[in-house]
Design a protein around this ligand. Sequence first.
Ligand SMILES: NC(=O)c1ccc[n+]([C@@H]2O[C@H](COP(=O)([O-])OP(=O)(O)OC[C@H]3O[C@@H](n4cnc5c(N)ncnc54)[C@H](O)[C@@H]3O)[C@@H](O)[C@H]2O)c1
Length: 376
Amino acid sequence: VPHRPIVCFDTPLVPSSPYYFGQEIVTQLPDVLKGHDFDRCFLVTSRKLMPLFGEDILGALRRDGVSSDAVLIKESEQHKSWRTLRGLGERLVARGVTKDSILIALGGGVIGNVVGLAAALLYRGVRFVEVPTTIMAQTDSTLSNKQAINGKRGKNQFGVYHAPLFVWADAAYAAAEPPRQQRAGIVEGIKNVFISENCTSAADVLLQEWESGNRFYELLRHLIDSKLAILRRDPTEKGACLILEYGHTFGHAVEWLAGNLYHGEAVAIGMCLAAETSHALGHMSRPFLQDHYRLLGTRLGVPTRLAKNISAATLLHAMRSDNKRTKKGLRFLLLRGCGEFVNPDGDFQTAVPPERLTEVLRGIEAEAVLPDSIIS
Ligand SMILES: NC(=O)c1ccc[n+]([C@@H]2O[C@H](COP(=O)([O-])OP(=O)(O)OC[C@H]3O[C@@H](n4cnc5c(N)ncnc54)[C@H](O)[C@@H]3O)[C@@H](O)[C@H]2O)c1
């Protein structure tokens, strides 16, 4: 993988963090870290990622005289839990972490979120650096100050806002991900262009870069830009940024119930379910509904249909415990067309009565297929 010099920008968030992006840039990490005052670094990663990228990082830090240690945690979605969080916190304390230490989260969105939350809780807040290794984490989860773990009844139910000291994204890491995961990572980028203007042409550009196979660095830059454009409208992530959750109310429930889908895959199914709902309620045209299936399913190759074993009733039940739920009941982000939300109450969300939703879901269920070809 060729070296690409580092570009640095500030995330348009409150608080904002520097985001360093390049390719094959590990040797420059110690210098950036040494610009901060700290006693020790704790690199938190998994058993799998330690030999892939962790040893390299630890080697670079130690060669440069940075006192550093590694702590390994489990990293699958079911380990994004209280148990993992507590175990990590207690081990860090036992290893001598202080208020002046820096945690380094090396991994995908799960490790980033767990370490981010641990950093926020340790001594009421220590600094942490995110080194994202997946497309999803480089282009989405690190461009957010949201840290969380899952509860027994749903995703991301316990969390806080805690900004990283900086983000260090090396395109070479995401390039090493397995293709199924890469495809899932691109879904949020397609979503970001759907919720912006000129979406189908922008989605085409992203997909051409993906299909070409040799424009990976450019693809990542475009995916990052697709999220920055939306964050600039709402740096606190509490207002207009809600539109980033397009497809997520359905998607989180699907992810939770299926148990074998990547986040991006579940979001793709969620976007198609949101589009079906919008179409059934008379808001979305058939061609735009079909764009969802064509761009996500045919071109990107991610699942777009609900698995047969998930019934409308089960899905509705799961959505009722979603963390986006408020006193207003079940509401959805529904698009009419590119970047144009149905907006009856001025907050981009539309209440859909459960009976109507059941009807829509049953209609789709009839043609549902299991994403067997994709689950391998
Ligand atoms: N905070 C936010 O705003 C936000 C936004 C989006 C997603 N998320 C969260 O992120 C999580 C999903 O993250 P993810 O998609 O990065 O997956 P992940 O963290 O679950 O990682 C998936 C797998 O990829 C492996 N892996 C990571 N990098 C690799 C690499 N370079 N090469 C080979 N294998 C590699 C890991 O070992 C792991 O087994 C979800 O829990 C989701 O809720 C959070």
